[in-house]
Design a binder for this molecule. Structure first.
Ligand SMILES: Nc1ncnc2c1ncn2[C@@H]1O[C@H](COP(=O)(O)OP(=O)(O)OP(=O)(O)O)[C@@H](O)[C@H]1O
Ligand SMILES: [Mg+2]
Length: 513
């Protein structure tokens, strides 16, 4: 028996040993999991799946008959491209903005503009996406010239591209090219690319358009400050026109549905992507009032969210994701004060506990801005950013990624107590019947409470974990309870614009405030 075992091939023995080790590891993980639960640790609400940018290739041709608005946008970018003041060899114009706002579409319109076609002898379109690789970009530029063999080496690629561009000369005095780099997420190899792009044609006036969701990418690539384009929101009626175009199919839309359709269009908040996705779904369903009313509440909005979610997945750290998710506590169209937001993140413990908390907060704020998750910044005279807003659809995204631990209690909110056991952040805008039950269920675990209602009148003493208390704007709250001093963990309290005149004595016990 022993001889038989000894003669077994070593791979079999190895597998047997490995299987035992894997079993041991699994057992110890189970054990750890149990222990974690005993300590009250729980799985994070925020899904931290690895970021994989969409690799849907974009192309340069388009049927622009269905594109609404954007005429001004196109002429603005074309003007930047043909501007005589800019006489560098290669200049770059970024098109930057949030997901689905129409960056690629604007770039396509510019690329196909007759003026642009006339001015540039060769035009290249490269969809970059997550893979910013100089060789790949040059290879794709070279593939534009049909039937060309593609060298592997970077110098050979540059030389070949140079030769091909020279051959493409048309009537223009000096040959010029236009390159669109669509959907750029990182620019680590940017300088290397620019070096090659300057090498492939030494004439002045070559242009590059970069489309990106990321402000920092735009900052890095733009050749002149403010020489960039940010597509704005579409008007509601423009969104409605996109929806109609998609939803129509073979059967026309009855005039009796127009009002419902216009309401749905408003829900797109000026984002053409949303209008297109919703219109596509409406094409497949019955064209009736009932069906269209359902659409306003249906899951199709999730597919719009999933496109936006790429920007969230792309954020660099789990803490930053928490900071973003926390913004769901504020109402839609809220004007965030940068300073206040960073203090709240700090109080929540999202910024760690070191001296650099403020710097980290500033960095996080900048990254959210840079990823177009914040917009509409307000600055002081010196150009320092003071305020910003969130696009409504981005706010929906924040709500959806934070829903495990955040509850916004408003009119029509219906949450049973077992659904709320994991809630840590509660925002109350309405005094509903179920509020006391919910408060009782969530209070001991609650970290932050934003409220327009005097919650202490409904329930006192049990908010033992509270770090943030925000009553601001609740002008009929008259006083704070004497037991306020029991909130040992309280680090941030905002009672601005309330009718509170006196603070309870026990406030002196709040060392963390
Ligand atoms: N003005 C418009 N009229 C009609 N449809 C539009 C318009 N702008 C964009 N679209 C459509 O909306 C969708 C999203 O547009 P686009 O791809 O240009 O957005 P994007 O800003 O490049 O998004 P991403 O950040 O994901 O790259 C596309 O299907 C596009 O055809
Ligand atoms: Mg795009």
């Amino acid at each position: 028996m022993w001889r038989k075992l000894r003669d077994l091939p070593s791979t079999v023995i190895f597998r047997h040993n490995m299987a035992n080790r894997v079993k041991d590891i699994l057992n110890s993980l189970d054990h750890l999991n149990k222990k974690a639960k005993d300590y009250g640790l729980q799985q994070l609400a925020i899904d931290q799946r690895i970021f994989i940018p969409s690799n849907v290739e974009t192309v340069s041709f388009l049927d622009d008959s269905n594109i609404v608005g954007r005429k001004n946008d196109v002429s603005k970018v074309v003007d930047m491209l043909v501007s005589p003041q800019d006489d560098r060899t290669v200049s770059v114009v970024p098109i930057v903005g949030m997901a689905g706002i129409g960056k690629t579409t604007s770039a396509r319109l510019v690329y196909n503009d007759v003026d642009v076609e006339r001015r540039f002898d060769v035009r290249f379109w490269v969809c970059v996406s997550s893979d910013f690789n100089v060789k790949r970009i040059l290879r794709e530029m070279l593939e534009h010239f049909k039937g060309t063999s593609i060298p592997q080496n970077l110098n050979a690629l540059t030389a070949k591209l140079k030769g091909k561009i020279e051959q493409a000369k048309r009537g223009n005095e000096q040959i010029k090219y236009l390159l669109v780099l669509d959907d750029v997420w990182n620019v680590e190899q940017w300088d290397e690319l620019m070096w090659c792009l300057e090498g492939v044609n030494k004439n002045r006036g070559n242009k590059v358009i970069v489309t990106t969701r990321i402000e920092d990418v735009a900052l890095k690539v733009e050749t002149l400050p403010n020489r960039r384009h940010q597509p704005g929101k579409l008007k509601d009626e423009e969104c409605w026109s996109i929806i109609q175009e998609k939803a129509r199919g073979d059967s026309p839309i009855s005039p009796s549905l127009v009002l419902n359709g216009e309401d749905i269009a408003k829900q797109c908040h000026g984002v053409p992507l949303a209008a297109k996705v919703i219109g596509g779904t409406m094409r497949k369903i019955e064209k009736s009032r009932g069906a269209w009313l359902k659409i306003q509440k249906s899951d199709v909005w999730d597919s719009v969210n999933s496109v936006l979610r790429l920007s969230f997945d792309h954020l660099s750290s789990p803490c930053l994701k928490k900071c973003f998710a926390y913004c769901a506590m504020f109402p839609k169209d809220f004007c965030f004060r940068k300073e206040q937001l960073i203090q709240l993140w700090m109080a929540e413990g999202f910024l760690g506990a070191s001296k650099e908390m403020m710097d980290t907060g500033n960095r996080y704020f900048h990254e959210l801005l840079s990823n177009s998750l914040f917009q509409d910044v307000g600055k002081d005279r010196c150009g320092n950013i003071l305020t910003c807003k969130m696009h409504d659809m981005v706010h929906d995204l924040a709500l959806s990624v934070s829903k495990f631990e955040t509850l916004i209690f408003q009119v029509n909110s219906s949450s049973s107590t077992d659904e709320v056991s994991h809630i840590q952040h509660l925002s109350i805008g309405y005094d509903g019947e179920s509020l006391p039950i919910i408060l009782t269920a969530v209070a001991p675990k609650l970290h932050s409470l934003f409220s327009q209602i005097d919650v202490f009148k409904k329930l006192s003493r049990t908010f033992t974990s509270l770090r943030v208390l925000k009553f601001s704007g609740a002008d009929y709250i008259l006083e704070l309870p004497a037991s306020l001093g029991d909130l040992k963990h309280l680090r941030y309290m905002d009672i601005s614009k309330t009718s509170i005149k006196v603070l309870p004595r026990s406030i002196t016990k709040l060392y963390m405030l």
